[in-house]
Design a protein around this ligand. Sequence first.
Ligand code: DMJ
Length: 469
Amino acid sequence: MPGILVRGTSVKMMKFSWDNYKRYAWGKNELRPLTRNGHIGNMFGGLRGASIIDSLDTLYIMGLTEEYNDAKEWVQTSLDLNSNGEASLFEVNIRYVGGLLAAYYLTGEEMYKNKVLELGEKLLPAFNTPTGIPRGVINLGSGTSWSWGWASAGSSILAEFGTLHLEFVHLSELSGNPVYTEKVMNIRKLLNKIEKPHGLYPNFLSPVSGNWVQHHVSIGGLGDSFYEYLIKSYLMSDKTDGEAKKMYYGAMEAIEANLVQKSPGGLTYMAEWRGGILDHKMGHLACFSGGMIGIGADDGAPEKRQHFLDLAAEITHTCHESYTRSATKLGPEAFRFDGGGEATATRLSDRYYILRPEVIESYMYMWRLTHDPKYREWGWEAVEALEQHCRVESGFSGIRDVYTMTASHDNMQQSFFLSETLKYLYLLFSDDDLLPLEDWVFNTEAHPLPVIRRSCAQDEATQDKTSSE
Ligand code: DMJ
């Protein structure tokens, strides 16, 4: 299937998702495509329009101009940042801050810059803890923050406080206020210093004592994007952030020594680690790691470069297997390598697929890095499966069981389907010079942020020095 045709298909899928969102859920956070209404939820603290903010860059990149203009107008006239609810710091950061930053950098529209700086300021009180490690939930009006009720002993989550760096560095760049960078550098410093079991980073940390609360390690949910942001911080700094680089390759060494496994059938996977005991399970979320290891290959030790590329390809292959081994050719939320099966969900509760991007994300990176046509073939398989099983009359919906052909839909068109899944599909079938990886890093919600060039930073520093003399 020629790339140009599939690219066109991903644009049509975006337009279909967007049109239905616009028609039935305009201004709400997500579309409920079966009941044809909007969903607000409680993740964004009263902020609205998550699907709009998450879609701005995808619409712009795809050349859906009319749709992009509608989205822009909504941000201009209706995005109200004076909300007073309880928000997930992580979700607001990756979707709203990331989405507005990307829209600004792609279009140069000052309005996005003003909005994102206004929002950024509202997030700062979350860092007012004894250690400076933010708590997970913040009231955007009062600034009060607290930990998730479900997180053990009032702890903060590694994947949440470890997934702020890219956006916060850009907030400092745009505002000229170093406070954002200081906040995330403080998190980095603490993580660098603290003792790590076998060099691993557990998922729960106390924002009060700065100690680990539990020894559960995962490259999937609760841990995932912390590792992603280490290598991407290094790349986004024009390869000047040596600390991020060191921590990333150190973490990779520990992950390889403790978590990477080979199944009897020859599939490479990342197990989870619970105080030294391995759980032979891999979440869909962990499938982003194929792409991450791929983009980190080049800057590893010279003798490890090929090894990292091979590992990235093996993990991506395993994740593709989790798709091919299901009836629908979509992958489950989590798959296991024990109990007789390989790369399949054994528990009923793990069989769902909610339009997540991670597997397609790794196809996109691996395509860019290798140009092996299999990654485009796999992307096309995913398009066909999405069309067959997730398209409903008024949008796209997640499904409850990837192993049965009679789909039971979950009635939710997640905003990350528009920001990530469809964008990565589009990029997979585009030329490499569209958002080249040398110039852009994608935040964990697929919002592109520019590499901060050393020469620009130096020029600015010199200029500042000159003007203050
Ligand atoms: C997205 O919001 C982000 O990719 C996040 O890092 C993980 N979860 C979803 C997509 O699955």
